[in-house]
Design a protein around this ligand. Structure first.
Ligand code: TXA
Ligand code: MG
Length: 316
């Protein structure tokens, strides 16, 4: 593997390799993705194999802009409004596939819907412009492990993959996923855009998919209970340091014994961007020291909802 600096020549070489069906580690503003040509079934299969990802878990197709998205998926009024407001950015829309959608069926795990996102990261944008076709990209981690927020995380976890270095992901949490199947949009995964910002744009409340609902597995198969898991184990809502644990802090009232503080000032955006970085770092240390990870409570407001979603799954 190697970490590649995104020069003009390197981007052009990565474009050729993607068109040839190879995989590339791709920086986005949320987390790093494992990208492949979404129209190439063999390349999609290689993503599933590389990640050891269950085949029933569909992938997000990344597009350069809204016109490309409209060729692949059917945008109702709500989807149009959300895309116009939040793209490019950390929002994924799940919509019905168009009749002539070129994205491989395997990328959508056989569903009649497709997940689409227009990423804001300049390297992702540049590569999408060069490739001029949709790129399927799940987070660039082995299935069930922590999502990568730096090129080094990708290089560590997927040593056979060449990764473009776009710096540390500024958001550090996956995209928010909204299902726009009919008039009422559904929050399928909380993420980089807070629910309240989406509700403010729409002027009404989002519907949640209840956890554990059977239909949920079909709507968002990626919401497996144990996900994003550190290898050392994780305890959540821990307020007091105790033996055998490395405690990650949050906010101004963290005890001095915390190994790191996701945001000393209690800023949830800062905590989101630090979450996977610190979990990766201290998971390795905890493993080496035969300890477990623990983390203080994170308030369930704004981006705290997405942070707690990841933490709950990580602790499952
Ligand atoms: O921020 C992100 O979204 C990152 C970056 C790389 O773009 N990608 C990412 O992909 O998080 P991944 O594969 O880790 O998560 C994709 C999620 C999964 O939970 C999957 O179940 C859901 O999207 N998904 C994809 N297609 C779907 C569909 N047709 N219906 C419902 N859920 C879908
Ligand atoms: Mg993932």
């Amino acid at each position: 593997m190697s970490v590649l600096l995104p020069s003009v020549d390197t981007l052009s070489a990565c474009c050729d390799r993607l068109v040839d069906g190879q995989l590339i580690g791709l920086p986005t503003e949320t987390v790093y993705g494992l990208a492949a040509d979404a129209t190439n079934g063999r390349a999609i299969a290689a993503i599933f194999a590389t990640k050891s990802r269950p085949n029933f878990n569909p992938l997000i197709s990344h597009v350069v802009d809204l016109p490309m998205a409209r060729q692949l998926g059917q945008f109702n009024a709500v989807a149009e409004k959300l895309a116009a407001t939040f793209w490019p950015g950390p929002l994924t829309l799940v919509v019905p596939r168009t009749a002539d959608c070129t994205v491989d069926r395997l990328a959508c795990a056989g569903l009649d819907t497709i997940a689409l996102r227009c990423p804001a990261h300049p390297v992702a944008q540049k590569l999408l412009q060069l490739v001029a076709r949709p790129l399927a990209a799940p987070s660039a981690n082995p299935s069930g492990r922590l999502s990568p927020s730096t090129a080094a995380h990708v290089a560590d976890m997927l040593p056979d993959i060449d990764v473009l270095d776009g710096g540390a992901a500024v958001i550090g949490l996956e995209s928010t996923i909204i299902g726009c199947f009919d008039a009422v949009p559904v929050l399928l995964r909380s993420g980089g855009i807070a629910r309240t910002d989406i509700e403010a744009c729409l002027g009404f409340a989002l519907v949640d998919v209840p956890e554990g609902d059977d239909s949920e597995a079909k709507l968002a198969p990626g919401r497996l209970a144990r996900h994003y898991a550190p290898k050392s184990g994780l305890l959540i809502n821990v307020t007091e340091p105790h033996d055998g644990c490395l405690l990650l802090g949050f906010g101004p009232n963290a005890p001095p014994s915390v190994v790191a503080n996701l945001s000393p000032s209690g800023d949830l955006a800062e905590a989101a961007s630090q979450l996977f970085v610190q979990l990766h770092k201290y998971d390795a240390i905890a493993l080496a020291e035969n300890k477990r990870l623990a983390i203080m409570p994170i308030p369930q407001v704004g981006l705290g909802e997405a942070i707690n979603d990841r933490l709950t799954r990580a602790a499952a």
